[in-house]
Design a protein. Structure first.
Length: 68
């Protein structure tokens, strides 16, 4: 798979909390750090996500905010 996004982070699925429409997926990115993603619940199945599965977190610049 090739992507134009430069912000790709290797991760493993740590936890999936699924509701009717949306799923919260917590990713372990190493060093005790996590990323949380909210995706359509049907994408969990489509991507074959399961705890422990290696994945990539792709961060889109339009969806990252920083506050101080």
């Amino acid at each position: 798979m090739k992507l134009s996004a430069r912000n790709k982070i290797e991760a493993k699925v740590k936890c999936i909390t699924r509701e009717e429409v949306v799923a919260e997926v917590i990713l372990d990115i190493g060093g005790g750090k996590e990323l949380v993603s909210h995706i359509p619940a049907e994408s969990v199945d489509g991507l074959g996500l399961a705890v422990g599965k290696p994945v990539y977190a792709v961060v889109n610049m339009n969806n990252v905010m920083i506050a101080t």
